[in-house]
Design a protein around this ligand. Structure first.
Ligand SMILES: C=C(O[C@@H]1C=C(C(=O)O)C=C[C@H]1O)C(=O)O
Length: 125
């Protein structure tokens, strides 16, 4: 079975997002081998951070939609069991970080998303 996070769905040709991704991003999720020099390593980190920023923005937008769809949204409707399952699934893909560190990372991501959702809903009333 192919891994949807690393394998192009069309059997090898670059996907549209790899050719003309958001903000000109062309990051491959499976990435090249470790960079050899400090500038190369920093450039690789900058590229990953640019992709992370786009994904975090997208995630926050979708999390805001979820808050409107749930019977109780926002911080009041926080769902620790759902958050635990998210971290557990991510830990399978990020074994060197592991569940404990990912849990701290995702708590910050989720809280930032909920705050941004509150800001959005305040601006639209
Ligand atoms: C998005 C939801 O609301 C909250 C935010 C979550 C998230 O950002 O992933 C997960 C669970 C909830 O605490 C949800 O319930 O799915």
């Amino acid at each position: 079975m192919t891994d949807p996070t690393t394998e192009p769905a069309n059997g090898g040709a670059p996907r549209a997002a790899e050719q003309h991704g958001p903000a000109g991003l062309t990051l491959r999720l499976d990435g090249p081998a470790a960079p050899a020099t400090l500038p190369e390593a920093r450039a690789a980190i900058d590229e990953i951070d640019a992709a992370l920023a786009v994904l975090l923005e997208r995630r926050a937008g979708i999390a805001a939609v979820v808050q409107r769809l749930k019977p109780v949204g926002g911080f009041a409707g926080r769902d620790p069991e759902r958050e635990r399952r998210i971290v557990e699934a991510m830990a399978l893909r990020a074994p060197s970080l592991g569940a404990e560190r990912l849990s701290r990372i995702m708590a910050a991501v989720i809280e930032a998303g909920l705050e941004a959702a509150e800001d959005r809903s305040r601006r639209t009333v």
